[in-house]
Design a binder for this molecule. Structure first.
Ligand code: PLP
Length: 295
């Protein structure tokens, strides 16, 4: 089977006794129309998604991505995904795509068609862009005010801050803003000056030898790549910590990295126009570890 690969899924409720899911998967011609015009995912961005990496035929962090999909569904009042069905859908897709190189496998759960009864779900696999160079060269980033204070998720849960929703227009606008200012990427700050995350990545810094990432409160996503990296660092006996990071600490960090499932770990070489130190041997070791994961 060639790429892209598309699978439409009839979602089965999480509490269903069904154990056989093959009949709920429908392979689609990726160049043919697959969604109805009334789809709320396309009309309102009303849905959630995950993107995981498949490296040489190995889907990475399947459980962490399914957990986060379930968490996003709860925040958005969507039917809770059936974990076993999604596991099987991912395994089925992986069995149908080439088993060499890096692929991006995106899976989506939308509220469905307006006035319809059921959510819509699909899975789409494409070849990942070649990130091998940027993993070594790093990126220039700017800080951007996200416009909300720290603690926003608790006082305004309807903003769905901790959910990975399909409404990524703001995240894409932030990347355009970064490019317009001569940078490659962005780091969101709360209005009161705390580090949040990138538009498509988690932030990890090394500060006085400790690897730190903002606590996964309700306002940011809990990155699966960041969780993998912390597991690796713990195994190596390195200190890791979840806590608030001020913008002053970000600027003074030994090293700043952005982490995400497909690009993996990239160092920030320049922040708001000022050079930052990097650690290429560590960055390479992190990426080698992440690329070698087999589940
Ligand atoms: N934060 C945001 C807003 C993201 O969109 C992403 C990934 O796309 C991440 C963090 C990193 O998450 P992961 O490492 O699971 O890809």
């Amino acid at each position: 089977m060639t790429l892209p690969f598309t699978l439409l899924i009839d979602p089965v409720p999480a509490d269903s006794a069904q154990t056989e899911f093959a009949g709920t998967f429908h392979e689609m011609d990726s160049s043919a129309p697959a969604l109805r015009v009334g789809e709320l995912s396309t009309q309102r961005g009303d849905g959630i998604f995950e993107t995981l990496s498949v490296v040489d035929g190995h889907p990475q962090e399947v459980e962490a991505h399914i957990d986060r999909l379930r968490h996003s569904a709860e925040i958005c009042d969507l039917p809770v995904p059936n974990a076993e069905q999604w596991r099987e859908a991912i395994a089925y897709a992986v069995s149908r795509v080439p088993h060499e190189g890096e692929l991006a496998l995106k899976f989506v759960l939308s509220r469905g068609v307006q006035s319809g009864q059921a959510p819509t779900a699909w899975l789409h696999a494409t070849r990942a862009p070649d990130h091998s160079a940027v993993r070594d060269t790093g990126v220039r980033a700017i800080t951007l005010d996200r416009g909300y204070p720290r603690g926003v998720a608790e006082v305004a849960p309807w903003l769905l801050m901790g959910a990975k929703t399909l409404s990524y227009a703001i995240n894409m606008a932030a990347l355009r803003e970064a490019r317009g200012r001569g940078a490659d990427d962005a780091i969101f700050l709360t209005h009161d000056g705390y580090v949040m995350e990138g538009p498509t990545s988690s932030v990890v810094i090394r500060s006085n030898g400790v690897y730190v990432t903002p606590a996964p409160s309700g306002a940011i996503l809990h990155g699966t790549t960041q969780q993998s990296l912390f597991e690796y660092l713990r195994e190596q006996g390195e200190p890791v910590e979840y806590r608030d990071i001020t913008v002053a600490e970000l600027r003074a960090a030994d090293v700043v990295w952005l982490l995400s499932s497909i690009r993996l770990v990239v160092a920030v070489t320049e922040l708001d126009g000022l050079p930052l130190a990097t650690d290429l041997p560590r960055t390479r070791a992190f990426n080698a570890y992440l690329l070698g994961r087999t589940d």
